[in-house]
Design a protein around this ligand. Structure first.
Ligand SMILES: [Zn+2]
Length: 306
């Protein structure tokens, strides 16, 4: 049976007898949204693989947002794949975008593990949390940047948390195609600070963390992607000795935030000479959303009436 797509938050108390959360976890497994986004873009498989991982990792990290906002993951490199982008709103609306040099990409062997370094070369990954909105003008806005390091995007996320002396965290990301489309998955664990902020973990937590990381390191990428193993089963299989508590799934869906009103707002100030230059042979100005590929076309008359 196909599970709903989304992020399953959970926490570990250290033992079945304890009720105090010591470690928080997230398991993101995305099939439907990743498949539909990737099928619209029709990128080469090597790009699909890292984009599916990026979407799952972004979904995992986005579920830590407490308020309305957007979590963005963006990687930039000097290899054939120049830009990799995925963002997720607090409501679970997911988008993705990639920019690459098609010719250079053709020379990259795709059907092998650890495709990220060959695709992106050296570069960085940035993630941004933007919780500012008209109703929350003082909302949190935050950006973290880390060098791309390691064969998977999860390795860069791990490095950022390590370098920035935030709470101890571990990540694993995976992606693979199947007969029904692409699947992306990510799992993370993070220690919980004693007072709710960053800093010292709870007393006695380091032994529990050590055990949790050792169970975590036993998980295989194939298990993360196994459609016959539910997310709950996987969490129980890994952490049943550490008192796992599973919370409600946060759904993730393929939903772009573009709209005719936004496009028209951007076109409204366009000078007539620019319209002429941008219009096609039929006199239509076609604006395609780079995320969802929706094309909206406007005639000269329609543009003038905006
Ligand atoms: Zn769109």
């Amino acid at each position: 049976m196909q599970e709903p797509d989304g992020v399953l938050p959970f926490y570990l108390t250290g033992s079945p007898q304890s009720s105090r959360a010591v470690i928080s976890g997230r398991l993101a497994r995305l099939s439907g949204p990743v498949s539909s986004i990737l099928s619209r873009h029709a990128w080469p498989d090597a790009v699909n693989e890292v984009a599916a991982e990026a979407m799952a990792l972004a979904a995992c990290l986005s579920s830590q947002m407490k308020f309305e906002g957007v979590f963005t993951l963006q990687a930039k490199g000097d290899g054939p794949l120049k830009t990799l982008f995925a963002d997720v709103t607090h409501a679970g609306d997911l988008r993705s975008y990639a920019a690459f040099d098609e010719q250079a990409l053709a020379g990259v062997p795709c059907a092998a593990p650890a495709v990220l370094p060959r695709l992106m070369g050296s570069g960085y990954m940035a993630f941004t949390i933007d919780q500012q909105s008209p109703t929350r003008p003082d909302g949190q806005r935050y950006q973290g940047i880390v060098e791309l390091d390691g064969p998977h995007l999860g390795d860069a996320a791990h490095l950022w948390f390590k370098n920035s002396e935030q709470l101890a965290s571990v990540f694993l990301t995976a992606a693979a195609p199947s007969e029904t489309g692409w699947h992306g998955a990510a799992i993370m664990l993070q220690s919980i600070a004693a007072s709710g902020g960053t800093g010292e973990a709870q007393p006695g937590a380091s032994d529990i963390w050590h055990d949790a990381v050792s169970f975590f390191s036993s998980v295989k990428r194939a298990e993360l992607l196994d459609p016959d193993l539910s997310s709950e089963q996987l969490i129980w299989r890994l952490f049943h000795l550490l008192g796992p508590h599973i919370q409600p799934l946060r759904p993730v869906r393929d939903k772009c935030r573009c709209s005719a009103a936004k496009v028209e707002g951007a076109l409204r100030g366009l000078a007539e000479a620019d319209w002429q230059e941008l219009a096609d042979d039929q006199g239509l100005l076609v604006v395609e959303c780079e995320f969802c590929k929706t094309a909206r076309s406007y005639s000269q008359d329609q543009l003038a009436a905006l």
